[in-house]
Design a protein around this ligand. Structure first.
Ligand SMILES: N[C@@H](CCC(=O)N[C@@H](CS)C(=O)NCC(=O)O)C(=O)O
Length: 245
């Protein structure tokens, strides 16, 4: 059954409570998937709401002035509360909820997890963004830059793992996974082939894809078709609309 997507003119959903907040997302946003994974890892009883980013509901902006996903919202005796920006939401989820810790206890290791997320955001994030939106002319350079960024990632992931920063799943895994698992889509979009080697990235990707929290954050709108196939369709449609504009 297709999941309802709330659009312009929709009624604001119940906003839940601090313990069981509303998680506002789309099925295909990698940033929102970061928070989706963190919520799943912590075992938070959230209420998931899909919104239409082309026709945003009016009630969305008071909760997030950027009008972006992910957004977390809840109500208590003091009123309505909301948080947004994926990495801030993930730090909040880690701080606010019980459940397995997504940061190491040791302060140096905690800082290293945050550093990995920060460096990923500076290196792989922009290279991925450029590749996914590359025109035919731009594709070779964008592919080369992404290859270099992924080679950096291969050396930056903890060498023995199995997770990004060592033996345990951390906020780094939650932050990196949604982007890395989309890299294979670039083959269909710009003919990009993931470079040979990258053994650490490949081994890590297999481990996180097998993680229940990640599987539960993969909800294609049409359950009869694959998630990747539908993601590819949505990227193609988005690119066509950008080029037509
Ligand atoms: N820096 C933000 C980026 C979130 C973001 O760009 N989300 C996109 C969907 S993937 C969005 O909501 N776009 C709607 C818009 O910008 O109008 C984060 O980390 O949460």
């Amino acid at each position: 059954m297709a999941t309802e997507v709330l659009s312009k003119g929709s009624t604001q959903p119940e906003l839940g409570t601090f313990d069981a907040p509303t998680f506002i997302t789309t099925w295909n946003c990698p940033y929102a998937q970061r928070t989706w994974i963190a919520l799943n890892e912590k075992g938070v009883k959230y209420n998931r709401v899909f919104v239409d980013l082309k026709e945003k509901p009016e009630w969305f902006f008071p909760l997030n002035p950027y009008g972006r996903v992910p957004t977390l919202a809840w109500k208590d005796g003091r009123g309505t509360h909301s948080l947004y920006e994926s990495l801030i939401c993930n730090e909040f989820v880690e701080d606010a909820f019980e459940g397995p810790s997504l940061l190491p206890e040791d302060p140096v290791q905690r800082a290293q997890v945050r550093l990995l997320i920060d460096q990923f955001g500076a290196k792989v994030g922009p290279a991925f963004g450029k590749a996914i939106f590359a025109s035919e002319d731009e594709a070779p350079a964008a592919g080369k830059a992404l290859g270099e960024a992924l080679t950096w990632l291969d050396s930056a992931l903890d060498p023995t793992g199995p997770y990004a920063a060592g033996a345990n799943f951390t906020l780094a895994d939650a932050a990196l996974t949604p982007f890395v698992i989309r890299v294979s889509l670039l083959q269909g979009l710009i003919g990009y082939k993931v470079p040979e080697g990258l053994d650490r990235v490949k081994a890590w990707q297999a481990v996180v894809l097998d993680r229940q929290s990640v599987k539960d954050s993969i909800v294609p709108p049409d359950p009869s078709k694959g998630w990747e196939e539908q993601l590819l369709e949505s990227y193609r449609a988005y690119l066509a609309s950008r080029r037509a504009a």
